[in-house]
Design a protein around this ligand. Structure first.
Ligand code: BES
Ligand code: ZN
Length: 593
């Protein structure tokens, strides 16, 4: 018996699910999924089969010809949930489990019509990474247990269902007033990439292999923002090899979506805060698209190796940005990442164990330690390998790596073994051991510079001494440059200086959320009252954790802003995803009493 994943009951000595069939009814009144999961084992099997579940009601388990299969639900473990142990009679090839999910399943967010743009229909979206599939489906919920899947999803007739799979049509539901959408994912994926969204959805084609889904009121804006997606896919193919997933569609979700993006295969999930109007936030799309190679084709074996997913994807994202927009644009991306990295070292302490790339998260809730460290330290490790091997050699290496490990899930050690085979000596030269297994940033961390970046940081450093950018500077800045300038400003900022910034940089009215939130964090930390109404609006509308954390944190500095935070949180939190509530509360728990 071997459990290989500290966050799953999956046991690789037991039979393995090869294919999953789902027949689910989406019950908006009861806020649950109800139906059947069919687990195909691929070959006649017997003995115990351990599945992950969390909050699931299990009604029955049957084998072939409806033979009952004995099962036992173990006691609830705080992070893992409840092990569902099936006792398979010899020759079992397939089991069918009837179950329903709980209304508080963390893998789902159920939205009232008021939380949508259209205000008339409810909305549902799933988010399963890293270990939430088990709150919606009884499965071997570990990335090593890849499955293909088919699904029949029944929803109220006015709504549309989309999944991280190919669409294979729709049919009238068994009940009047219902429609059933059919899906097929023929490629084996880790269970955290199973995804579902249901709502009043419309779509626009962007290229023969890409369309964007959104609520009718946002679909035009979304089509405009992501119109250049085909260029991006072709650029990524030039770097990493052919796009293997057939279609690359996207869905813009309601603003409570707790992330910027999620790389669900064939259907990236996106926050509407990307809709800046000027395509200035498409680096997030570059990131999710890059996961089609790093993450979805080659997957981390479990959360301890999460940096393999995200570090390599941030590296890949910045290579796409560089190819599309030039080296200066990529350098700004690295500089923005540097700020995020510094903030995390402050949050956890530079010597905290989570600052290692290779982790040991047994007994820890992975959502509690989610951070930019695997992203930014991991991508710095990748580019250090690139710089040391030389770009041409490294690019060839990356293509072989993807080709070699496609459709598998690997550990840090398996990755490094491959690095040693393909790029002998490079790991030792960069002191990979230190990067992977030790805390903090190694002394050979790569440095990123450009004249533009230096000019911006110098200008920001002189702000306190009264230096201000001229109108011609400001007018020439790209959104990323504006963001870098704001990130480097000292804080708190005096009231008059806040007023100067807001007037001259037109900050409060920005449609680019990265800039807007950076500004609002400065304003909050500076107790600058004229920004409070906009701050309130943002916190009430948006559930993206990347924005909630710094805003609630910046509001912690003054009694008046703390009171504002508590008041706004009370009003906003019922509309937040459970993960966003936890993230916000973790920040406010640090407020002085
Ligand atoms: N896969 C992640 C999101 C994720 C990771 C959710 C782990 C839950 C657990 C996604 O690709 C991501 O990194 N999104 C970022 C985008 C950014 C780095 C460009 C985000 O949401 O901000
Ligand atoms: Zn990612």
């Amino acid at each position: 018996m071997a459990r290989t994943d500290p966050h799953s009951y999956y046991d690789d000595a037991q039979p393995r699910t090869r294919h999953l069939g789902l027949e689910l009814e989406v019950d908006f009144e009861g806020r649950c999924l109800h139906g059947w999961a069919m687990l195909d084992l691929g070959e006649p099997s017997s003995g115990p089969l351990d599945l992950d579940t969390k909050g699931l009601d299990i009604f029955s388990v049957e084998g072939e010809e409806e033979a009952e299969i004995p099962f036992e639900l173990a006691d609830e473990e705080p992070v893992l949930g409840r092990r569902l142990r099936l006792d398979l009679p010899p020759g079992t090839r397939r089991v069918t489990i009837e179950y329903s999910s709980s209304p508080d399943a963390i893998g789902l967010q159920w939205l009232d019509p008021a939380q949508t743009e259209g205000k008339r229909q409810p909305f549902l979206f799933s988010h399963f990474q890293p270990i939430h599939a088990r709150t919606c489906i009884p499965v071997q919920d570990s990335p090593r247990a890849r499955v293909t899947y088919r699904a029949a999803i029944t929803v109220p007739k006015a709504l549309t269902a989309v999944m991280s799979a190919g669409s294979v049509g729709e049919q009238p539901g068994d009940r009047p007033g219902a429609r059933t959408f059919l899906f097929d994912m023929p490629q084996p994926i880790p269970t955290y990439l199973i995804a579902l969204a249901v709502g009043d959805l419309d779509s626009r084609d962007l290229s023969p292999r890409s369309r964007v889904w959104a609520e009718p009121r946002t679909v035009e804006a979304a089509a405009h923002e992501f119109a250049e997606i085909e260029d991006m896919i072709e650029t990524a193919e030039g770097l990493f090899g052919p796009y293997e997933w057939d279609r690359y569609d996207m869905i813009v979700l309601p603003p409570s979506f707790p992330y910027g993006g999620m790389e669900n295969p064939r259907l990236t999930f996106l926050t509407p805060t990307l809709l800046a109007g000027d395509r200035s936030l498409v680096d997030v799309v570059a990131h999710e698209l890059a996961h089609s190679w790093t993450g979805n084709l080659v997957t981390n074996a479990n959360v301890d190796h999460f940096w393999l997913n995200e570090g390599s994807t941030v590296w890949a994202e910045r290579r796409i940005v560089e190819a599309l927009h030039g080296e200066d644009a990529a350098v700004l991306g690295w500089a923005i990442g540097e700020k995020a990295l510094q903030a995390e070292f402050e949050r956890f302490g530079a010597e905290a164990t989570v600052t290692r790339l290779r982790n040991d998260l047994r007994g820890t809730d992975p959502d509690d330690v989610f951070s930019s460290i695997p992203y930014e330290k991991g991508s710095r490790f990748m580019i250090l390998l690139e710089r040391t091997a030389g770009r041409e050699r490294f690019d060839a290496f990356i293509r072989r790596y993807i080709e070699h490990f496609r459709f598998t899930s690997i550990t840090t050690e398996e990755f490094m073994e491959f690095v040693e085979e393909e790029l002998p000596g490079v790991a030792a030269e960069v002191d990979a051991q230190r990067w992977l297994y030790e805390t903090g940033m190694p002394p050979n961390a790569p440095v990123f510079r450009s004249d533009r970046l230096e000019a911006l940081t110098a200008l920001a450093a002189d702000f306190a001494a009264g230096t201000r950018p001229g109108p011609e500077d400001v007018a020439s800045w790209s959104p990323a440059e504006m963001l870098v300038y704001l990130q480097h400003l000292p804080r708190p900022v005096e009231e008059a200086a806040c007023r100067w910034l807001d007037r001259n940089l037109e900050l409060t009215s920005r449609g680019n959320y990265e800039i807007l939130v950076e500004w609002l964090a400065i304003a909050a930390a500076s107790d600058y009252e004229p920004a409070f109404p906009r701050l309130r609006e943002v916190l009430l509308r948006v559930g993206r954790m990347k924005y909630l954390r710094p805003l609630y944190k910046a509001l912690g500095g003054h009694p008046r802003t703390r009171a504002l935070a508590r008041e706004v949180y009370a009003a906003a939190s019922p509309g937040y995803h459970e993960l966003s509530r936890r993230a916000s509360e973790a920040v406010m728990d640090q407020y002085p009493a």
